[in-house]
Ligand binder design. Sequence first.
Ligand code: SF4
Length: 95
Amino acid sequence: MTTLRVPDFVHDSSLPPLPCASHRIDPDLFFPHWSDSTTKQLAEAICGPCPVRDACRAHGRDQRERGIWGGETETQRRRAVNVPRKGTSKRRVRT
Ligand code: SF4
């Protein structure tokens, strides 16, 4: 079971409503299949004008979250911080 660590900005009442929190947005958009580029682009577009985009992206990187955070996919995040996929070792041993 995965526990979602909610970033602090989610509870900041001084912020305008976050785009992803709209009841019209399907949360699954932020967890697309790796090959579903259409859904990824839609989620990235939703994140585009978000006022906490940088903080959200930082949370995704710091917590090595799955899905799209701050408009950044898991692949983009791994490349940006050069970390391996969650659940894999840092080194692979060739046999
Ligand atoms: S940047 Fe983060 S908080 Fe903002 S819409 Fe995207 S997922 Fe939601």
